[in-house]
Design a binder for this molecule. Sequence first.
Ligand code: ADP
Ligand code: MG
Length: 622
Amino acid sequence: RNNAEKFEFQAEVSRLMDILINSLYSNKDIFLRELISNASDALDKIRFLSLTDKEVLGEGDNTKLEIQIKLDKEKKILYIRDRGIGMTKEDLIKNLGTIAKSGTSAFVEKVQSSGDLNLIGQFGVGFYSVYLVADYVEVISKHNDDKQYVWESKADGAFAISEDTWNEPIGRGTEIRLHLREEAGEYLEESKLKDLVKKYSEFINFPIYIWASKEVDVEVPSDEDEEEEKTETSSSEEEETEKSEDEDEDSEKKPKTKTVKETTYEWELLNDVKAIWLRNPKEVTEEEYTKFYQTLAKDFSDEKPLAWSHFTAEGDVEFKAVLFVPPKAPQDLYESYYNTNKSNLKLYVRRVFISDEFDELLPKYLSFLKGLVDSDTLPLNVSREMLQQHNSLKTIKKKLIRKALDMIRKIAEEDPDESTDKDKKDVEKSSDDDEKKGQYTKFWNEFGKSIKLGIIEDAANRNRLAKLLRFESTKSDGKLTSLDQYISRMKSGQKDIFYITGTNKEQLEKSPFLERLKKKNYEVIFFTDPVDEYLMQYLMDYEDKKFQNVSKEGLKLGKDSKDKELKESFKELTKWWKGTLASENVDDVKISNRLADTPCVVVTSKYGWSANMERIMQSQTL
Ligand code: ADP
Ligand code: MG
């Protein structure tokens, strides 16, 4: 085309497109839900803008916030259009040419090796899945602030953008035209498309229509020779009675008709736009929650969410919410922890989507949760900035945290692996025991670090979070155990909870600091994650028990009558020793009862860094 401007895709995008277009990946279906999800996002955006400015919606068909699917079997084109916000020329260049989200590179690599595309939507590249089924794609888009443009690409490393001077004006929004590949013919079958929408896009909050064919009976004039046969059928008898008034006048000239099948087209609605969160939780099935989670989180892996909580908050601030614990943590959850602030909750006000970038809804450490909040208390017609400062958000946040922690606690409570043998005896094995088995360990392996970060960050919920903590210890037998279980095993007279920190369990098990504690049958917790050192600076006590690092000064294992005697007899030695070592190297030399076989150890002072912490700090400054 004459007026087309050519652009090259960002290298990353180009690579992804190469993979997609050559993909033998069997589940090509995913492109449709990605396009519908984009259409839905675009509709959310225009609806949000219309809250403060009605004009943006325009008039006539433009006000219909809906998604349409149409197919042209002859030309082998699939059309998907929305009346969403649309894209300006600049948007087209930026959004359909470069990748903004971090972690995409890693994703592309993973796709290359595993071929699994189920998480494509989470990486901000869902659009390109069109090249699984099409070899040529046109995007026609009209944004209120710009003219109508066409973006097109044959996935050959480049795309072109032209001002649209040849298509019908689309009003506002975006129409995607997929020129389907030979082997993607199945996507020209209405029934296939209907099935896909029902399967993957059930929880899209805008109506989805398909231009569906329908067989209808129509009456057409019949030929003379067919007439005789026809008079015998009941349908023509009916006709005759209907038309009996005319009959006497001139029955011969009355036009004879017959019924034939004819194909007509009409828009058929494929989803009933239902806000699952408004329904009674008792009436929502597990499968519905799972599907809702998939749409919300753009996570179409086969795994179910680990847990969910659906509730209504009443009182000064009213809202409904659904929270999910995903089956897996995103790869970069902790890499970008301190740089990003993004919570994964969608905020709705009275059914209208407002934002999914409200950091005020959940603290950082719970940002791994997915979900939705819909409030009737918040005002609808104010800017996002104003809303962000609304007083009710504090109350909402507080309740969300409480519910989230309850939900996590329940994963543990319902996990048969979590209960001690004692608890187990009386409880009958229930049918979903198998399903719940090992779920908390799974949770812990994926998100345990978040709980630790929570203990550090959230003083108000520290105790609740500490209950969720899991670790290995000298008595946990290779399994995870909790503080409550530790306490239940404490020796009579034991006052403190003992722990030791280091890089791994194997190394810690050999530590001379443990010798004596082990001999005396005390349990010691192993903390081997670098974050544990920070954690223990915040977690001072639990259920009135203090934490004692066994490699630090102040370890008390009950009174020993010989202590005083020993101190006295070694007085000279300790004095000499301290004098011999330079004072900047050691603070003190003491007789202690912490060792069994090893003659001496270097111990950290009560308020100093443990050896492990020294190591962590060193590795951070390198
Ligand atoms: P994501 O949806 O995660 O951002 P996609 O690759 O699916 O990633 O889409 C990239 C971007 O292209 C979107 O963020 C959006 O800005 C733009 N876009 C895609 N489809 C549409 C559409 N139908 N209407 C408006 N903008 C769209
Ligand atoms: Mg998308």
